[in-house]
Design a protein around this ligand. Structure first.
Ligand code: SF4
Ligand code: SF4
Length: 88
């Protein structure tokens, strides 16, 4: 495995996945950092472990996010918006 592939190893499939599974997504989540209360609900519910905490904020790894919308549905503050991906 080369260095570029290692960049895409999933946090839940370390050593198993080297594909950029985010390529299959039709929608992507965007967190409004201004209204986010940093509760961590999105991190708990994301089925692909694509949400991480970094520098006190919650961010989404779009290399693995499948655009399922669970995070947006579960966010208690409604601060995750799902937007349509541009055609690739
Ligand atoms: S859209 Fe789905 S896969 Fe992507 S971050 Fe939200 S819960 Fe996780
Ligand atoms: S669930 Fe919503 S409010 Fe909570 S950390 Fe995630 S984006 Fe922020």
């Amino acid at each position: 495995m080369n260095e570029a592939e290692k960049e895409y190893i999933s946090p839940v499939g370390e050593g198993l996945y080297s594909a950029n599974t985010g390529d299959w997504r039709t929608q992507k989540p965007e967190i409004d950092q201004e209204t986010c209360s940093r509760c961590g609900t999105c991190l708990i519910y994301c089925p692909t472990s694509s949400v991480r905490r970094a520098d006190g904020r919650f961010i989404i790894n779009l290399s693995f996010c499948k655009g399922c919308g669970v995070c947006a549905a579960e966010c208690p503050n409604g601060c995750i918006a799902m937007t349509r991906e541009a055609k690739r």
